[in-house]
Design a protein around this ligand. Sequence first.
Ligand SMILES: [Zn+2]
Length: 430
Amino acid sequence: MRTRLYGRVLIDESECDNKIHINFNGVIKMVILKKTYKFRAYPSKEQKAILNRQMLLCKELYNHLLEKAKEHFRDTGKTFTKYDMVKWVTKFKKEHSEYNGVYSQVLQNVPDRLSKAYKNFFRRAKEKRGGKKVKVGFPRFRNFVSSLTYPQSGFKIERKRIGLSKVGMINFVNHREIEGKIKTLSVKKTKSGEWYVTISVEKEDIVPFTNGKEAVGIDLGITNYAALSDGKVLQNKDVSNKERKTLRRLQKSISRRKKGSKNRKKSAFRFARYSEHISRIREDNLHKLSYYLVHSYSFIAYEELRIANMVRNRHLAKSISESSWGNFAQMLQYKAESAGCVAVGVNPQNTSKTCSECGNVQEMPLSERTFNCGKCGLNIDRDLNASKNILKRATSGQGGSHASGDSASAPQKESASRIVESGTTLGVSR
Ligand SMILES: [Zn+2]
C-alpha cells in the first residue's frame, strides 16, 4: 500500500484517483487518527508508594543525565545524542541497584524526554536566530517528575485493572472501550494527588474527505468566546464568577499560612484540587465547542495567536489563557481530521484593523466594538469583521465555500495544507 503525505493526513494512493483533485465531495480518505484516552486510576497505598518512589528515581535519573550531557558538551564541544543517553542510562542502571525496581522501558523513556527537551531548545534557538521573539531556555533540572511512561510494553489492560510491570495490578475506571493500536501508556499523578492512566493509540480510519458543509472563519474574542464569519456568535460557557472567586480565595489562603506548616500544605492541596476541578470544566466546554464546529463546517480558519504577542496585552492575555486557547486549537485540529473538516491557523496580524470589505487598515482601540470603515463606509461588528478577515486569509482572499463542493481545486487545497502545518507548530511551542 502506497501512502503519501497530504497536509497532515496520510492518504492511501489507491483511494487517490483524479476525482479527489476535482471534487472532494463523496470521496473518502484514509487517515491515521491519534487519540488519547484518560482513565481515573485508584492505586492502593502500597502501589502509590512504589509509584512515588519510581517517579523520584526517574527525576534523579533525569537530572543526572542532564548533568552528564552538559559535562559532555563542556569537555568535547559535542552534543550528547539520544543514542549516547540510552547507552549511558543502561550503564548507570547496572551501577545503581535501586533502579532494578523500575521497569527498563520506563527508564529508557527518560532519555526520550531529555532529548525532546534538547530538540525544543535547538528549535527555539534557531527561531530566535531567525528573528522570532521566543525565550530560548536551556533544559532545566527537574524538581519532580509526576508521570511514568511505558513506551511499548510492560503493561496489560484488563476489564477493571491495569497491570504494570514492577508495580502490580492497579484498579481503574474503564469508562470507554479502547480502539486502535496502543502506542504508549502513562501513569500520572496530579497536584491534588489524583491518579490517571492515559493511553495513546493510533487507528487507521476511512473518513469522508469533506462533510460538504460551508467554510467559516472564527474570531476568538474577549467579550464573546467565538464570533463566526457567518454571523453566529458562540458564547463561551466559562466557569462562573462564583467559581472564580472561590479559586482566588483558596489561592490567597495559601499565602496567609506559615511556610512549611501543615496548614499551608492543606491549603495548597485544596487549591490544587479546586483548580483541577475548574480546568476540567473548561476542557469539557472546549471539547463541546470544537465538536460542534468541526461537524457544522467543512473548513475552519482560526487565528494562530502567538504567546509573545499576547504577553504585551495583559487584558488579552488573561482572557486567552482563561479560555485555554492553545488547547482549543489542538482540539480543532485533531477533531477536524475525522469529521471531514479542515482547520487552518492564520497569521493574526491586523485581523481586527482591516476592513473585510475593501481591505483598508485603520486603528481599532480595544474599546471600539464596531468597525466603521473610513474608506468604504462599512459598518460592522468588530468581531464579525475580524472573523471575515480570518476566513479570507485562509482562503487567500477567496472567501465562501472553499473546501466544499466543486469550487475546491488542487492549488487551494495545497495552500491550505501548508498553513495547517505552520499552524500545528503552535501546539508544540505552548
Ligand atoms: Zn472598507
